[in-house]
Design a protein around this ligand. Structure first.
Ligand code: ZN
Length: 185
């Protein structure tokens, strides 16, 4: 708890409201989905991440990185005024949850498999968390003859590679991330 407060204070100093938000969400998600079992580390709002890469987990440093693209207004396009008021909270919370799955796996024995997503532990976490979220999906480790990555799920209903790798944002309902603050007036 003291450790958490220390990290949070440092993040507020460095990132202001966005720093506080990230830690409050981390704590909420940790309780809701991991039985408060994740061990807190740095959560950084990264400037340099590409638009398509919205988050990462660095196991060696126990660091979660979130992209500042999550704080960029979608409308009007091209506006450069990034800021906490533009944060897409639903999307950022899902990105954070995804990185916390990696964090939790790393902190509870790691994984064996093809990569950090296509392995038994990640798949089990996806199934467990999807159930808690009420998302009607199921995942399985994808073999060499696996599904075409362009579709969400295969004939048996298991997530495709692309959907598995981007859980949970790959499986949200269309429009789930649209928020009033990001629509033109
Ligand atoms: Zn990942």
């Amino acid at each position: 708890m003291e450790r958490f407060a220390g990290f949070r204070t440092a993040a507020v100093r460095r990132f202001g409201a966005a720093g506080a938000w990230a830690y409050d969400q981390w704590e909420r998600l940790n309780e809701a989905f991991f039985g408060s079992g994740c061990i807190v580390g740095e959560i950084i709002w990264e400037k340099a991440l590409q638009a398509k890469r919205l988050g990462y987990y660095a196991p060696g440093k126990n660091r979660i990185g979130l992209s500042r693209h999550l704080m960029r207004p979608l409308y009007p396009a091209g506006v450069l005024s990034w800021g906490f008021r533009h944060l897409n909270r639903k999307l950022a919370a899902d990105i954070l949850l995804h990185e916390m799955i990696h964090q939790h796996i790393h902190q509870t024995g790691g994984w064996n498999g093809e990569n950090s997503h296509n392995n038994d532990r990640f798949v089990r976490e996806v199934n467990r968390i999807a159930k808690l979220m009420g998302l009607p999906i199921k995942a399985a480790v994808i073999g060499k003859t696996g599904t075409c990555s362009q579709v969400r799920s295969d004939a048996r209903g298991y997530l495709s590679a692309a959907a598995l790798y981007d859980f949970p944002y790959s499986v949200r309902e269309p429009g789930y991330y649209a928020t009033c603050t990001q629509r033109p007036g």
